[in-house]
Design a protein around this ligand. Structure first.
Ligand code: GLN
Length: 502
């Protein structure tokens, strides 16, 4: 049998069900690959091979391997708390912390019989677009090791693209699943806000944070989505609705027939007149993807969403404001490190020292920005205005989908990222250039609607992603369209990495 790390989750499922392999073999193959490659790639912050193999043996013994995701390894972004397993959220302040409980999504994956390979690297507290804000290590893009893998879920994207895991969980607050997926040639989906539990997800911006799947194919992503989705009474913003039929949609879309589907190309996201900052290669691949949708029978037209251009400033007020409140819990008393507690200092001094040494520069910048935006004299001018813009962006989506007189569209499309992966270091000293990477992903985040990124080809040898956005709870449409694009392009884009290595 071919190298087990090159198989998709669906292929592994079939091999396990047919008894051609075991979960222990599959897990060991991935651990071997991690041992060989991760020193250079830096995808994982924590791997416990013995625990993974013991878990795999348990699943094999239960006889369930090959049903659903049972027996299949997964990697988890280090933002999810995992009982007894180190969890840092990419921050020094949580170094050494072993949580006393697990995130709902981690529990659901365990109950589904998956095998956790380890925890993946990320920008500190998920703040960033390149994974360079991790307090621990740089993560490299398997397509070009001198380039960033996107962020903040860059450890997860490199793990899956580099074949160090068939599946991974990421989180997306402003694009952190979709953008790293786009930059590494993966499928990444941000579910409808509230449709996947946030319980045990270390909070960055609670009104935006969503967990979701990253995989090499659309169907693999859908299987992972189904395993984690659904109502959770422990999350106060969890929606009590069934998980959209994403697996069925992925299968249907793979048939390549989009007849009757109405697709809107967002004028403000790389459309006519809004192309500044977009690389020509990205625009070309995007145009190619739109042509594929048309060839599959979709009706394509341009749609204007005038407030989308304000998403970036609105997001960079709202997200830091919520972060400044959420991160107040890291005071050196209850979790992680404590600095300067040697008897001579009072509690305020210890907290200040702990935060000074425990938080990195980007996290401090966000806390300062957020505290300022929320302060009494500036609240209306900054946070209040940003909330109004957020409402307008939601209305743009409603108008596009409901249509009124002009008739609505079923999905909106855009590039996922204005550029391909950039060289490591190129934007670290320019926060605004880093924030600009989120131009296309922020509107769906602010509106809480689902959005997927699916590979649509290469530009100068680097992956480009197509973003498909749908109305709330219509995640299945994202998968259907993504699967049609994937089917039209043939094999998973990441197969090219295997050909290159061979
Ligand atoms: N890049 C954005 C930020 O830095 C989004 C991050 C995310 O989605 N977690 O805030």
């Amino acid at each position: 049998m071919s190298d087990l790390t090159t198989l998709t989750a669906v292929e592994l499922q079939a091999a396990l069900a047919a008894g051609e392999t075991t979960s222990v073999e599959v897990t060991r193959a991935h651990l071997d690959r991690i041992a060989a490659e991760d020193g250079a790639l830096g995808a994982y912050l924590h791997v416990d091979g013995d625990a993974a193999l013991a878990r795999a043996a348990e699943v094999d013994a239960s006889g369930t391997a090959g049903t659903g995701l049972a027996g299949i390894p997964v990697a988890l972004k280090d933002v999810f708390v995992t009982e007894g397993v180190p969890t840092t959220s990419g921050s020094r302040i949580l170094e050494g912390w072993r949580p006393p409980y697990s995130a709902t999504v981690a529990t659901r994956l365990r109950d589904a019989g998956t095998v956790m390979l380890g925890k993946t690297n990320m920008d500190e507290f998920a703040m960033g677009s390149s994974t360079e804000n991790s307090a621990y290590t740089a993560t490299r893009n398997p397509w070009d090791r001198d380039r960033i893998p996107g962020g903040s879920s860059g450890g997860s994207s490199t793990a899956v693209a580099g074949h160090l895991a068939p599946l991974a969980l990421g989180t997306d607050t402003g694009g952190s699943i979709r953008q790293p997926a786009a930059l590494t040639g993966l499928v990444g989906h941000k579910p409808t806000y509230g449709s996947v539990s946030r319980y045990g997800l270390i909070a960055f911006s609670s009104s935006l944070d969503q967990a979701g799947p990253m995989a090499r194919t659309v169907l693999d992503a859908a299987l992972l989505h189904e395993a984690i989705g659904g109502h959770d009474p422990r999350d106060s913003t969890s929606i009590d609705a069934p998980v959209p039929a994403v697996v069925e949609a992925a299968r249907r879309g793979a048939g390549g027939d989009l007849a009757g589907l109405r697709v809107g190309v967002v004028r403000e996201l790389g459309g006519e007149g809004a192309r500044e900052g977009y690389e020509q290669g990205v625009l070309d691949r995007f145009a190619g993807a739109v042509a594929l949708l048309e060839a599959a029978g979709a009706e394509v037209r341009e749609v204007s969403c005038p407030s989308f251009g304000l998403a970036l400033p609105a997001y960079y007020l709202i997200a830091p404001s919520e972060a400044s409140s959420n991160l107040a819990r890291f005071e050196g008393m209850r979790f992680g490190i404590r600095v300067g507690d040697d008897g001579g200092r009072d509690v305020d001094e210890v907290m200040a020292l702990t935060r000074e040494q425990g938080f990195g520069p980007e996290v401090k910048r966000r806390i300062i920005l957020g505290t300022y935006a929320l302060s009494a004299g500036y609240y209306d001018a900054y946070y209040g205005q940003a909330q109004k813009v957020r409402t307008l962006i939601g209305r743009d989506f409603s108008t596009a989908f409901d249509g009124g007189a002009s008739g609505g569209v079923d999905v909106l499309v855009s590039p996922t990222s204005p550029t391909v992966a950039w060289p490591i270091g190129a934007r670290v000293h320019d926060p605004l250039a880093m924030y600009a990477a989120d131009l296309c992903t922020l509107p769906a985040s602010l509106a809480g609607v689902p959005a997927i990124s699916v590979p649509c080809g290469l530009s100068e040898g680097l992956p480009v992603g197509l973003q498909v956005m749908a109305p709330a709870l219509a995640d299945d449409r994202c998968y259907r369209v993504a699967a049609a694009v994937e089917a039209a392009l043939g094999a998973p884009l990441t197969d090219r990495l295997l050909e290159r290595a061979a």
